[in-house]
Design a protein around this ligand. Structure first.
Ligand SMILES: Nc1ncnc2c1ncn2[C@@H]1O[C@H](COP(=O)(O)OP(=O)(O)OP(=O)(O)O)[C@@H](O)[C@H]1O
Ligand SMILES: [Mg+2]
Length: 305
């Protein structure tokens, strides 16, 4: 797919190992955090260098700008592959803010977000985590699939997402007052949560939310054509197939075909793969192993190709 070369996901450095428990130096004698002394240029790697293609679907751009202007934390809700990540990349570019993205998972600890002491050749030093770096230097921090993180990790964002806008670094004995440009954005897929894995009300109620859905037919076809390089007619047929699949949600499919999958199929077709084979490979096979569902989706494919 095009336009993905600006995506920067935060990854902790691998060249140093975490300090052993109990080896933490007293707060007064600790070395200054690398990033507190670092110039704002430290965020340059997280700038979105070129305008991402984003096709607005409604008034989400205006609403987000209004939320950013008062630094409201924002939650993007919607199914997989519907444009949430692309939207936040576009908004970061439009607002001229660096974007630090963290893919959340259940093994993530608060230290992964906030920071930790590391051992390297010259001793022990503090390294800000992505959330601390964003708060300190004024980036937009995007926590993708935040519900995957354990609740004790999620509460680390609480003091940053209320009127205090602070991030306590308990192990370091420091409280970061968030930079005026800092904003927190999280994504959340309401469909996939179980009761055990939902955000606490005290977390939810710290955010304004924007709902994302798959766009209406003409707009989705435009996006698929643009992103895949397939013609508009092909893109329209792919969207028809997706619409059929979305009607099967809850009747054998957990989720319908996403815009992302349509772009995959369109890209294969644009490469010269026959549409039937492209759709089977990119749309039908990945989404279900159920023979009846595969038959139903194959039938939709043959209706349009
Ligand atoms: N409104 C849009 N404008 C431009 N491109 C879009 C739009 N919606 C979706 N896309 C395309 O669909 C792809 C998938 O969207 P994206 O990665 O933003 O989904 P997502 O909602 O973040 O999914 P997930 O929840 O799985 O992370 C994007 O790479 C982009 O090519
Ligand atoms: Mg995403």
């Amino acid at each position: 797919m095009r336009h993905d070369d600006y995506v920067r996901t935060y990854a902790p450095r691998q060249d140093v190992r975490p300090a052993r428990a109990g080896s933490v130096m007293p707060a007064t004698s600790r070395p200054a955090a690398d990033l507190s002394a670092a110039p704002v240029a430290g965020l340059d790697a997280y700038r979105v260098p070129a305008e991402p293609y984003y096709r607005a679907v409604g008034d989400e751009v205006d609403l987000y700008e209004a939320a950013y202007s008062v630094r409201l934390p924002v939650m993007l809700k919607g199914p997989t592959g519907c444009g949430k990540t692309r939207f936040v990349e576009y908004m970061a570019w439009k607002l001229g803010r660096p974007l630090i993205t963290v893919a959340c998972n259940e093994d993530m600890t608060a230290s992964d977000l906030v920071g930790r002491y590391l051992l390297d050749a010259s001793g022990t030093r503090w390294q800000d985590g992505p959330l601390a770096m964003a708060a300190r230097l004024g980036a937009i921090c995007y926590l993708d699939e935040v519900v995957e993180a354990r609740q004790d990790t999620t509460v680390a964002i609480h003091p940053l997402t209320d009127a205090r806008r602070i991030l306590p670094l308990e192990k370091k004995g420091e409280i970061i007052q968030a930079h005026p440009d800092f904003q927190l954005v999280i994504s959340y897929n309401p469909g996939y949560q179980s009761l055990m894995k939902d955000l606490k009300q005290s977390t939810k109620q710290r955010f304004a939310a924007l709902d994302f859905h798959y766009p209406e037919h003409e707009i989705e076809a435009e996006i698929v054509a643009h992103e895949s390089g397939a013609g508009l007619d092909v893109a329209k047929n792919l969207v028809h197939i997706a619409e059929r699949s979305r009607n099967l949600k809850g009747h054998g499919l957990d989720e319908g075909l996403s815009t992302r999958m349509l772009i995959y199929a369109g890209s294969l077709i644009a490469q010269g793969v026959a549409p039937l084979g492209a759709c089977r490979m990119a749309l039908v096979r990945p989404i279900t192993d159920d023979p009846d569902m595969r038959d139903a989706l194959d039938a939709a494919v043959t209706t349009y190709f």
